[in-house]
Design a protein around this ligand. Structure first.
Ligand code: BG6
Length: 530
C-alpha cells in the first residue's frame, strides 16, 4: 500500500506572474516569445487544475533519459500545474526513496539547480506491479496514491496523463488496465505511446485495433520525437509565412531533396532490439518520413492539428510503394559482434538510402532521398534541397565545366547538431572578376539572443498537457507510412538480400555516392557544407 500526502508543484522559483507581459505576436524577439508561452499557458484551464502523471515503465532507459528529465524541465520552467504528482510504475520492487535515488543521477545530468531537482523529486512516487497489466497493482496505485492526492487539492478537476515507456507488446494490457482503473472522472485522460508502432502494416493494424478497443483517437498521443525538433517545428512557419517560398517550393525549381540522418555510434548495447527492426524501421519509416511529409505537404486548410495531419496524409497517399529497387542497403563491419545479436549471419541493414517518389502535381519527378546510418562518420541530421541550375544566365553557361562555378543553389536545413538554415547561392566573384562564386547565407539558432531550445521530448510533453495533437502521429498517417514501407521490409526479410559492408566511422557503403548521383540524376556531389 502506498499513500501520498497532498502537495503541490510549488518550488523555489516564483510562479507565473504579471512579469510576463509580452505580446504573443512578437515572434522576432525570442525572449518575448518564450515569455508569451507562459502568458498563454497561464490562461489555459489545465494550468489551474490538478495533474497526475503516471510513467509506466518508469525504471527503463527511456523514462530515466527522456521522460523524467523532460518533466523536470517543465517543472523548472513553471510549465506544470501547481497541483501535481508523478507516479512511476514498473515491475521491479522499490520504495519511493529508492526510486528517487535511481532517478537522481539522470536528473543531475540536466544541469538543473539541485534545489529544484530535490523539490521535483519530492513530487515523484513509485509503485510496482507483477506485470504491466496488473489490475490490483494499478488499483492500489490509483486508489491509495492518485485519488487521495487529487482529493487533497482544492481543484474540482483532475487530469491524468499516462506515459507508456514500455515495449509495444504490453501496450494492450496497459491500455486495458488504464481504461478500467485509470481514467479521470473529472478531467481529461491522455495516453502517450512510443514507437515502434508495429513492424509492418499487419502488426501496426493489430496495435491500432488493441488501442482503439480502449481509447478514442483524442486520448492517444503517438510520439515521434523528431516532430519536436526546432527545425521541424519551424517548418510550417518557414514555408508558409514567407510568401516567396510557395511559388518555388515545387518541381519547377527544386531538383532533389535529400534528408540525411547519421550517427557515429553503432547499436550501443541495443543490438537485440535493433536487429529485429533495422535502420529502416528505426529511423526512416518514422522520423525521416515525418520530416519529408512536413516538407512536402500542401498548405493545411488551417492550423488545427487535424488539418495539419490531413495535409501530411495527402503526401503519403501520393507516395509510391517502395521496393528493393528503390534502395541501397549497408551494414557496418563488426555489427553482429554485438553480444546481444544472436543471429550472427544477420542481414539487418544499419545504413539505408531510399528513393521516394511523390506523385502529385507539386513533386512529380523530384527525387526525395531518405538516408540513415549508424556507425557513420559524424552525428548529423539535415535536409538538403537542391535547386535546378539556372539556364539563362551567360556566365553560368560559360563556366559550366567547373563544379564550383556552376553549382546550383542549395538550401540546407540542419536539425542537429547545430540547428541552422543555410542558403548556398551563386554570386559574382568580388572584385574585377565577373565569374560566379559561392556565397553562403546562414541563420544559426545559436546566434539568436536569449534562445530557449528545449529538448524535443519536453516540447512534445507540453503539447500533450496542452492537448495539442498536431505534432503527434495520427492512426491513418501511421497506416499509410507502413503501407509504403511494408513490401520493401518484407522483401529484405524474406529474400535475405545482403546489405553492402562499410567501415565503422565511414560515410557508408563504397558505392553510396554513385547511387546518390544516379538517383538524383546529378553528376555533382551534394555539398552540405555550411
Ligand atoms: C531513436 C532511435 O528513435 O532515435 C535511435 O531508436 C536513435 O536508434 C535515436 O539513436 C536518435 O535520436 P536523436 O534525437 O539523438 O537524433
Amino acid at each position: 500500500m502506498t499513500t501520498v500526502n497532498g502537495g503541490s508543484y510549488m518550488h523555489v522559483t516564483s510562479r507565473l506572474s504579471s512579469q510576463f507581459s509580452s505580446n504573443e505576436d512578437d515572434v522576432l524577439d525570442v525572449s518575448s516569445a518564450t515569455n508569451s508561452i507562459h502568458e498563454a499557458i497561464s490562461q489555459e484551464s489545465w494550468y489551474q487544475q490538478t495533474l497526475s502523471v503516471v510513467v509506466v515503465g518508469a525504471s527503463g532507459d527511456l523514462a530515466k533519459k527522456k521522460t523524467y528529465p523532460s518533466l523536470l524541465k517543465l517543472f523548472e520552467e513553471n510549465l506544470l500545474p501547481a497541483d501535481g504528482i508523478i507516479y512511476g510504475y514498473a515491475r521491479s520492487r522499490k520504495s519511493h526513496e529508492e526510486f528517487r535515488r535511481h532517478l537522481l543521477p539522470h536528473l543531475k545530468k540536466t544541469g538543473t539547480n539541485e534545489i529544484i531537482v530535490k523539490d521535483f523529486l519530492s513530487k515523484c512516487y513509485y509503485h510496482s506491479g507483477k506485470t504491466y497489466g496488473d489490475k490490483s497493482a494499478y488499483a492500489d496505485m490509483i486508489g491509495d496514491g492518485l485519488v487521495p492526492f487529487e482529493e487533497s487539492t482544492k481543484n474540482t478537476v483532475s487530469n491524468r496523463l499516462f506515459y507508456l515507456a514500455v515495449p509495444p507488446d504490453v501496450f494492450g494490457e496497459s491500455g486495458v488496465v488504464i481504461k478500467t482503473h485509470g481514467m479521470s472522472t473529472t478531467g481529461w485522460t491522455r495516453v502517450v505511446i512510443e514507437k515502434p508502432f508495429g513492424q509492418d502494416l499487419e502488426s501496426c493494424d493489430a496495435l491500432l485495433q488493441t488501442l482503439s478497443e480502449n481509447f478514442e483517437e483524442h486520448h492517444l498521443y503517438r510520439i515521434d520525437h523528431y516532430l519536436g525538433k526546432e527545425i521541424v517545428q519551424n517548418m510550417l512557419m518557414f514555408r508558409f509565412s514567407n510568401s516567396f517560398w510557395e511559388p518555388i517550393w515545387n518541381s519547377d525549381t527544386i531538383e532533389s531533396v535529400v534528408i540525411t540522418f547519421k550517427e557515429p555510434f553503432g547499436t550501443d548495447g541495443r543490438g537485440g532490439y535493433f536487429d529485429k527492426y533495422g535502420i529502416i524501421r528505426d529511423i526512416l519509416q518514422n522520423h525521416l518520413l515525418q520530416v519529408a511529409t512536413l516538407f512536402a505537404m500542401e498548405p493545411p486548410k488551417n492550423e488545427d492539428a487535424d488539418a495539419i495531419r490531413d495535409a501530411k496524409v495527402e503526401v503519403l497517399k501520393s507516395m509510391e510503394i517502395l521496393s528493393l529497387q528503390d534502395c541501397l542497403l549497408g551494414q557496418y563491419d563488426g555489427y553482429s559482434d554485438d553480444p546481444t545479436i544472436t543471429n550472427k549471419d544477420t542481414n539487418c541493414p544499419t545504413y539505408a538510402a531510399i528513393r521516394c517518389k511523390i506523385n502529385n502535381p507539386r513533386w512529380k519527378g523530384v527525387p526525395f532521398i531518405l538516408q540513415a546510418g549508424k556507425a557513420m562518420d559524424e552525428k548529423v541530421c539535415d535536409i538538403q534541397v537542391r535547386f535546378k541550375p539556372a539556364k539563362s544566365f551567360p556566365s553560368m553557361r560559360r563556366s559550366s565545366k567547373n563544379f564550383l562555378e556552376n553549382a546550383p543553389a542549395e538550401m540546407v536545413m540542419r536539425l542537429q547538431p547545430d540547428p541552422c538554415i543555410s542558403l548556398n547561392l551563386n554570386i559574382k566573384s568580388p572584385g574585377f572578376s565577373t565569374m560566379p562564386t559561392r556565397g553562403n547565407m546562414v541563420m544559426r539558432y545559436e546566434d539568436m539572443p536569449n534562445l530557449s531550445n528545449p529538448d524535443a521530448y519536453t516540447r512534445l510533453l507540453l503539447d500533450v498537457i496542452r492537448g495539442k495533437q498536431g505534432s503527434f502521429v495520427r492512426d491513418d498517417e501511421l497506416r499509410f507510412s507502413w503501407q509504403i514501407f511494408t513490401p520493401l521490409l518484407h522483401a529484405i526479410d524474406d529474400t535475405k538480400v545482403r546489405p553492402l559492408p562499410y567501415r565503422f566511422g565511414s560515410s557508408g557503403p563504397a558505392n553510396r555516392e554513385a547511387w546518390m548521383a544516379e538517383t538524383t540524376k546529378s553528376v555533382l556531389p551534394l555539398q552540405a557544407s555550411l
